[in-house]
Design a binder for this molecule. Sequence first.
Ligand code: 6GU
Length: 245
Amino acid sequence: MRLDIVSIFPDYFAPLELSLLGKARRAGIMDVHVHDLRQWTHDRHNTVDDTPYGGGPGMVMKPEPWGEALDTIAPAPAAPRLIVPTPSGRPFTQATAARLAAEPWLLFACGRYEGIDSRVMAEARTRMPVEEVSLGDFVLAGGEVAVLVMIEAISRLLPGVLGNTESVSDDSFAPGAMESLLEGPVYTKPPVWRDRAVPDILLSGNHGAIARWRRDEALRRTARHRPELLARLDPDALDKRDRAV
Ligand code: 6GU
């Protein structure tokens, strides 16, 4: 998968060298290119923003540098999927991450200030798919951290990034049995720590009973932390014992 990122703060992306993401890059699974938007400015101050038409607070990112950036990185007919992080976008979910993980080429455009002049996305849509995406109902100062979050969620779904021991199928929100469920508590050695014992069932070796217990804990945790998710559970995916929890 090829990833291009355009930002006025390319240093935000230094963490892409670390951990799983760094390993994926070194293994050639992810080919990441970070670009400084200011290279597509032509004035002495490398201006990327201006005051909003219609008035209002803050500044808006000018269209010209963005237009040149997209033309240079993806000259027609090259067509990456353009992802624009913004609190006014469609929600980014595990399903979004899975869908984007199947794309060969993603281009992330990190806005700052009050956002990017809307004509940039309108014009880009004439030659590439464009998605405005939000991480949730809160406001970040810019798209950089949001893009790091999205790339981490996407890259761990790429074949060869996670080891076998770190399976993705038991994750909260994983498609299948855990869809719309939060993962329950986890434990490791020692069996007793500060007078707190690991639940006996996990030491029982009874895999059926353990799977049942884990699902019950996931249902309980979901009811406590995210009751609105339970309402979304597919009734056909529930069994009689689920209903009793
Ligand atoms: Cl994707 N971007 C910004 N700037 N703020 C956000 C966000 C994204 N998602 C939630 N808040």
